[in-house]
Design a protein. Structure first.
Length: 679
């Protein structure tokens, strides 16, 4: 037994002397030029780049390798791959079990640049062209024969310290350079296909700290937690549509479980500090609450958001979304006040819109745009003229349009039934309104629209079918197109008498009104009232004008029929027509001329050359010759007849007066032409 122990001591001593010899001789060996050349040739074959290093050192207890100031240059990219130091330490005991276990691999100060193109991310190495045929088979056989039989390779821990990784993305214009700085990574575990490796990575993207923790495998399985704070959103500009702008910062928290092509996990995206703009239509101010949470899933090329919650200011919206086969978002929310989003939607603020909106599973699909689900309106209003129009009801998404039936519109405290269509949502939205009312207060309606007391009073029946773009009040009135009918019965044009205006026009046409007896006795004042029995007509609306051929005002003693144009914006009048005198008024006019009333009156017509002015202050124009003819129809004879004949002669030529008066006596006076006197 003693000799066995002594023999063991001798063997151990000899091994110790051999290791000491290797420890002394090996560093000198690897510094030899031919060894360096062989290492560089192997690196060239493996990566397609030239290897340069400042120092290569080895150790035996424990076995380790250290390379300082390493560079791989050339190849497919001009920027080198570099590191300040690479250190590899091998565990000693596993060697007895024919296992090469890399206990630690440390890469300090690595620098790496990757490029992304339409074909994907290009690796910064260039493998040698593959060989074919028998030559390749022979090399594989030689390589297999040279490998130690029965040995396995494993890595226990990898550390990256102070790393610098750059990704140059040329898939956008201009190209974007993403830089990951201060990279510290610790990976622990057996780097085998199915075994998990625990990783803990910290880095910075710009000034934004990034943290990744969890497990991965070489086979692609993931179980990671990712956190990114204070990320500057302006960096995403090249990836956004031209009219979209981002500023401020965002925070991201994401957990994923699965693999790179199919995973799921909770998502939290904080955008309160972000400012988001889309042209002149949308602006989310920095500092106003915006947060998205939910379950993010990936399945191949498709990403989905399940059970999402979008928190905007004090409103919560349920969200689901998917990116394939088409981008689709579905929203649901209880009614919320729209006034608070005036700072987000400039058009909303400018219009003064208020009220509440609810979302009933509103689905929006892009390319092409298609909308489904319901938008619930509860007193949603905007200024219309000097009042507010309040809309209540449901709009249903139907592709590129919204449709609403049996909605209620309150305008100046008056209620209307409407049908509403909004077409071409993806282009220039246009509305179609089908309007109906029973008997609204015309005075309150007009006063509310104009902002001043209305001259029109009475119960108004209104029906119409008009189209218009979504625009401001004046723009909307100029762009209205369609049909409208109205009726007020009975009613009043407060302070306005078209009969008085007509007689004033007669008075300015050759003193014809004086011939009709409009004297100090005020014989006709009782007929010049402002109350009417019916005001009715239909209008063709376009280009900011309302055209009519059948506008009629019926009073107890006369009626006015008009055709022409009403300006919707300035309420200007441009009409022609006629005033029809009924029997009682005709009898009173005749009495004013002849001194005594005829036994009965007849209907007579006074053509109106024009009705100008505005709705509040109409101005009637009667042609002078028409005024004289109308006056002549009331003259019964005597001295005044002779004066009238002379005036008509002055206007129409000698001898015309008698002919005109005789004709008017027969036609307008209700009689028949006189037989010519016998010769």
């Amino acid at each position: 037994m003693k000799w066995l122990i002594r023999g063991g001591i001798v063997v151990v001593g000899l091994l110790a002397l051999a290791l000491v010899g290797l420890a002394v001789a090996l560093p000198r060996l690897i510094e030899r030029p031919e060894v360096r050349a062989q290492i560089q040739a192997a690196a060239r074959d493996a990566t397609g780049r030239e290897l340069e290093y400042e120092k290569l050192a080895v150790g035996l207890l424990p076995p380790r390798l250290m390379v300082e100031t390493v560079r791989l240059s050339g190849g497919p990219q001009t920027k080198p791959i570099a590191a300040d130091r690479i250190e590899l330490e091998i565990a000693l005991l596993p060697l007895l079990a024919r296992t090469v276990l890399v206990d630690t691999l440390v890469v300090a100060g690595p620098m790496l640049e990757l490029r992304r193109t339409a074909a994907g991310v290009a690796l910064p190495i260039e493998r040698p062209a593959s060989k074919k045929g028998a030559e390749a088979a022979d090399e594989r056989s030689a390589a297999d024969a040279s490998e130690p039989a029965g040995f396995s390779l494993a890595v226990r821990e990898v550390r990256i310290e102070r790393g610098d990784l750059t990704l140059l993305d040329s898939t956008v214009s201009p190209a974007v350079s993403w830089r990951l700085e201060d990279v510290d990574l610790v990976a622990r575990g057996r780097l085998a296909e199915a075994l998990p490796v625990s990783i803990d990575l910290t880095a910075k993207i710009g000034e934004a700290p990034l943290r990744v923790r969890g497990d991965v495998t070489l086979g692609g399985a993931l179980d990671l937690e990712i956190a990114l704070a204070d990320f500057a959103l302006a960096a995403l500009g090249p990836y956004l549509p031209r009219e979209t702008r981002l500023a401020g910062s965002a925070d991201l928290e994401l957990a994923v479980a699965g693999d790179a092509e199919r995973f799921s996990g909770p998502l939290a995206l904080e955008l309160t500090d972000a400012e988001i703009r889309r042209g002149d239509d949308f602006r989310k101010p920095a500092g106003e609450r915006a947060r998205l949470t939910g379950q993010l899933e990936r399945a191949g090329e498709a990403y989905r958001l399940r059970d999402g919650k979008l928190l905007l200011r004090d409103t919560t919206i349920d969200v689901s979304a998917e990116t394939a086969p088409r981008m689709r978002v579905t929203l649901a929310a209880k009614p919320f006040a729209v006034e608070g989003f005036g700072g987000w939607l400039p058009a909303l603020a400018e219009s003064g819109t208020r009220g509440s909106i609810g979302l009933d599973q509103v689905g929006v699909t892009l390319d092409p745009l298609a909308v489904k689900g319901g938008i619930l309106l509860d007193g949603v209003g905007a200024p219309v003229g000097e009042t507010q129009g309040l809309l209540t009801g449901r709009l249903e998404g139907q592709g590129n349009a919204l449709r609403g039936e049996n909605l209620e519109l309150r305008l100046a405290e008056q209620r209307f039934r409407i049908g509403l269509d909004v077409d071409d949502l993806a282009g220039t939205p246009r509305t179609r309104v089908r309007l109906d009312s029973d008997a609204v207060d015309a005075g309150k309606l007009v006063a509310g629209l104009s902002g001043k007391p209305s001259t029109l009073e009475g119960p108004l029946e209104l029906a119409g079918d008009v189209r218009a773009p979504l625009a401001g009040t004046d723009e909307l009135l100029r762009a209205l197109a369609g049909k409208l009918t109205m009726k007020v019965s009975p009613g009043r044009l407060r302070g306005v008498s078209l009969l008085r205006s007509a007689f004033d026009a007669l008075g300015s046409a050759g003193r014809a009104a004086e011939l009709l007896g409009k004297d100090k006795r005020g014989r006709l004042e009782r007929f010049q009232k402002d109350s009417f029995e019916t005001l009715a007509g239909s209008f063709d609306i376009r280009d900011g004008l309302a055209r009519t051929d059948d506008l009629r005002l019926v009073y107890s003693d006369y009626q006015v029929d008009l055709r022409g144009v009403l300006g919707l914006v300035d309420q200007s009048l441009d009409f022609k027509g006629r005033l029809t005198v009924f029997e009682d008024l005709d009898r009173a006019l005749a009495e004013g001329v002849a001194g005594e009333a005829p036994p009965r009156g007849v209907k007579r017509e006074l053509p109106l050359a024009a009705v100008k002015g505005t709705l509040d202050a109409p101005r009637v124009v009667v042609a002078p010759e028409v005024a004289l003819q109308f006056a002549a129809s009331y003259y019964a004879g005597g001295e005044r007849r002779e004066k009238l004949e002379r005036k008509i002669d002055e206007k129409l030529g000698g001898g015309a007066g008698k002919q005109v008066i005789d004709l008017l006596d027969s036609v307008l006076g209700g009689g028949r032409p006189k037989e010519p006197a016998p010769q």
